[in-house]
Design a protein around this ligand. Structure first.
Ligand code: C2G
Length: 130
């Protein structure tokens, strides 16, 4: 069984995220999503989530491509995650192109194209105008 992992905040879940998750799952048979905790988002990514971690986890677990959701609590956990969960392939959007090449020592690394026309920021901006 080929195991895939990806990381993200997935707040205000949208079809760009789903496009990523579908293609991530296509890389193998079992997809783990390491979901950024509220604290990690705020302290490390300066992102204030609209939905708290438990709600974002619940939504991801309802997606047919997703097999397991684990917390992403820091930038350093990726190597241990890949080893602990026996991951074959790390996948993330190409906005991170090259940033996680150090994982190539442990697994395949795949950067997938982002869905260009949608972002959480854009959604929030357009709602403000309404
Ligand atoms: N994504 C996408 N298309 C979009 C928006 C997002 O393909 N229009 C992808 C991103 O490239 C990422 C995933 O969806 O692979 C989750 O996006 P975010 O929640 O914005 O994740 P990010 O903040 O980039 O967190 O340690 C890595 C970080 O946790 C990644």
């Amino acid at each position: 069984m080929k195991r895939v992992i990806t990381y993200g905040t997935f707040d205000l879940l949208h079809y760009g995220h789903l496009n990523l998750l579908r293609r991530a799952k296509e890389q193998g048979d079992y997809l783990i999503v390491a979901l950024s905790t509220d604290e990690f988002n705020w302290n490390e990514k300066q992102k204030k989530c609209y939905f708290e971690y438990e709600k974002r986890k619940q939504m991801l677990e309802a997606i047919r491509y997703v097999d397991l959701v684990i917390p992403e609590e820091n930038w350093e956990q990726k190597v241990t995650d890949v080893q602990e969960y026996m991951v074959d392939t790390f996948v993330i959007g190409d906005d991170w192109e090259g940033k996680f090449d150090f994982l190539k020592e442990y697994c395949d690394v795949v950067y997938l194209s982002r869905t260009p026309e949608i972002s959480t920021t854009q959604i929030k901006e357009s709602l403000k105008e309404k």
